[in-house]
Design a protein around this ligand. Structure first.
Ligand code: CS2
Ligand code: MN
Length: 362
């Protein structure tokens, strides 16, 4: 398991590369050119700039998250070919600087959605919270406005440029069904996966967060059956999954351990984090510790260990603790604690295995 840490870039993140370097066992950053809008081709000089910065801090840049997919591709519009061409060129450039995995998602309009970015918990920390009723009964523009009022940072999937066209975007998805989305995803994969194969890159789709339709928009990366269908849509080792336990775990009927066993060969990248799901479907992001939420984090680490997982791993979101001011979900402290929890579980399994191998030899 190769530990990495998400970094939003100079001036765009409260966490520094030097701090990341000091978290035990972290080898690289998970990065993106966050100000390149979906559909834009990434400029080579800026790509190299991030690579060089990271290298100077002793960190690699092998994992990119995300190269965002233009809505016209998800909608299957005639203009999609143009955006796919640009996407392909970005993949090729990233390969040139040694990128190995590209995470992306195929969620219509929004990326991840929460209804409160600073929900106060009993211990005084705050965390990202999702109140189900607000994504069924609220006007999405109102929700977005109320959330953005609390944040002066542009977040992935919530870029002001995109949100300014929210009504038009919703209109264009009015007649798009889940089957349409599958078809459009298949078309996209048929175009990009051969390029990824040729470049030695693994594409890794991120599950939908939360894993169900919101505001009437279809979502398909939601369950074990759908992930299976996704892998078959274009059957290639370059067509993989970013298995995110927090996203999938928001639906308690998702058996993440079973997914790890079934899809192991096709998981180049994992996000491990916990959530606590309530009976009414609301959920809050918690610490990574298994007891703090409803996702079996130690069981998940054990499953990865069983399948000899050698891919990249990052803690996903963290709570906001110790008065840290940071991007919602992306502070230093709680994610670093998360990493140490994951290492604790992993190293115990690893040492136990080594000891028993030694015993068997003697
Ligand atoms: C991430 C997603 O910050 C997060 O919630 O898990 O934004 C993720 O980066 C994208 O969905 C991947 O494309
Ligand atoms: Mn994730």
């Amino acid at each position: 398991m190769r530990m990495v840490f998400r970094w939003f870039g100079e001036g765009n993140d409260t966490v520094s590369l030097e701090q990341i370097r000091q978290i035990p066992g972290v080898e690289g950053i998970v990065w993106a050119l966050h100000d390149c809008l979906a559909g834009e081709e990434w400029p080579m000089d800026r790509i190299m700039n991030v690579r060089d910065q990271a290298l100077r801090a002793g960190l690699h840049t092998e994992v990119v998250e995300s190269v965002n997919v233009h809505e016209d591709i998800k909608l299957g519009l005639p203009t999609r070919d143009l955006y796919i061409e640009k996407y392909v060129r970005t993949i090729e450039k990233l390969a040139q600087v040694g990128v190995k995995v590209i995470c992306y998602n195929f969620m219509p309009v929004f990326d991840w959605v929460r209804t409160d970015l600073h929900k106060r918990m009993d211990d005084g920390s705050t965390a990202l919270f999702y109140e189900k009723v607000k994504t069924t009964d609220t006007d999405p523009s109102e929700l977005v406005k109320s959330i953005m009022n609390n944040s002066d940072l542009s977040m992935p999937g919530w870029e002001p440029e995109r949100l300014a066209h929210l009504t038009a975007l919703f209109e264009s998805y009015r007649d798009v069904t889940e089957e349409d989305l599958w078809r459009n995803l298949g078309y996209f994969l048929d175009a990009i996966i051969p390029v990824a194969e040729r470049c030695g890159i693994q594409m890794a789709i991120h599950p939908d967060d939360p894993p169900w339709p919101i505001f009437g928009l279809p979502r398909i990366m939601t369950s074990q059956a759908n992930l299976r269908r996704f892998l078959q849509l274009h059957d290639s080792p370059a067509n993989g999954i970013t298995l995110c336990s927090g996203s999938l775990g928001a639906n308690p009927s998702n058996d993440i351990i079973a997914m790890i066993h079934e899809f192991a060969e096709r998981i180049p990248f994992t996000h491990i984090r916990n959530v606590r799901v309530y009976d009414n479907g609301d959920f809050i992001e918690t610490s990574h510790r298994a007891q703090d939420g409803t996702v079996d984090i130690t069981g998940i680490v054990k499953a990865y260990h069983n399948v000899n997982f050698a891919g990249y791993c990052r803690p996903d979101h963290g709570r906001h603790i110790w008065d840290e001011e940071c991007r919602p979900g992306y502070g230093l402290y709680d994610r670093a604690l998360g990493i140490m929890y994951l290492w604790g579980a992993w190293d115990t399994l690893e040492r136990t295995k080594q000891q028993s191998e030694k015993r068997n030899l003697s």
